[in-house]
Design a protein. Structure first.
Length: 252
């Protein structure tokens, strides 16, 4: 597929996370996971609303119910039309609500784990004998409209929590770029930053987990040399498609 690509200009800086970035990083995280274009949440909603037979039935019922409402002369038939419109709209809203809730759940899992207090989770002063190795980076651009003078447009993390006796496998996670700044090479640059740092730390391989609901990310990982290692089903479905967690590995 031909994708328009804007050049990565030198105003994009990849740097370590500062505690003052928290609010902006959470916005990037929320957009990247739940609501933004190409997020898993967005894919799930699109999948259910555009490619699922029961949804077409709901569209048909709401249109035919609406037509009945407009054309019928008898009140009881108008009430029936109203009931059909109402029920099919409820069905659509329920599907949307269920999907949104599932992805809010994934978002909140992250908040319970490392994303509520990023400085604390990724701090370096608790490393003993060099472990755990945890780092968080952001991509920033200068911004005239923001009070701080910059805007955080992307982020990524490395988490290598195992101890020295185990194989040194780091996890690349929290890779997100704001939709308005995609296709400029920022995602690639964030991944390269993690790889370069992991090599410095003698980490022997990297892993990451994504989903089959993130085709853009999966294509990017494959293009950058990651290989598919494992797939496991989740219990979440959107429309007729089951979500799976897909693991990729990159030997360093
Ligand atoms: C995946 C993601 C981080 C990529 O960020 P990005 O800054 O656009 O990445 P890059 O600009 O480095 O692009 C990487 C490649 O993907 C391609 N690409 C990016 N967006 C694309 C799209 N919507 N459709 C097709 N290809 C796309 C780029 O053209 C580029 O290919 P190339 O190297 O052959 O030119 C970003 O799309 C994103 O945040 N997605 C939502 C969250 C997500 O899925 N994160 C991964 C978590 S596992």
């Amino acid at each position: 597929m031909d994708v328009e690509r804007k050049p990565l200009d030198d105003t994009v800086i990849i740097r370590p996370f500062y505690s003052t970035d928290s609010e902006q990083v959470l916005n990037v995280y929320f957009t990247g996971l739940v609501s933004g274009v190409d997020s898993a949440g967005y894919f799930a909603v699109t999948r259910a609303f555009l490619h699922w037979a029961p949804m077409y039935l709901a569209y048909f019922l709401s249109v035919s119910g609406g037509g009945t409402l407009l054309l019928a002369l008898r009140t009881d038939i108008q009430i029936l039309g109203l009931a059909i419109v109402f029920l099919s709209c409820c069905f659509m809203f329920f599907v949307y609500y269920r999907i949104r809730n599932a992805f809010l759940g994934y978002y909140q899992d992250g908040l319970r784990h490392d994303m509520t207090d990023i400085s604390q989770y990724y701090r370096q002063d608790h490393e003993k004998d060099g472990y755990p190795i945890r780092r968080f980076w952001v991509a920033e651009i200068s911004s005239m409209t923001s009070e701080s003078g910059y805007e955080v447009v992307g982020c990524v993390a490395l988490d290598c929590s195992l101890n020295r006796d185990e194989p040194m496998i780091g996890e690349l996670k929290r890779l997100f770029v704001l939709p308005t700044h995609r296709k400029r090479g920022i995602g690639t640059k964030l991944i390269q930053t993690v790889i370069a740092f992991a090599k410095e730390q003698n980490i022997t391989s990297l892993r990451l987990e994504t989903t089959n609901f993130q085709p853009v990310a999966r294509e990017m990982y494959t293009r950058l040399g990651w290989y598919h290692h494992d797939t496991r089903d989740s219990d979440f479905e959107a429309g007729d498609m089951k979500m799976s967690f897909v693991e990729y590995l990159l030997p360093l």
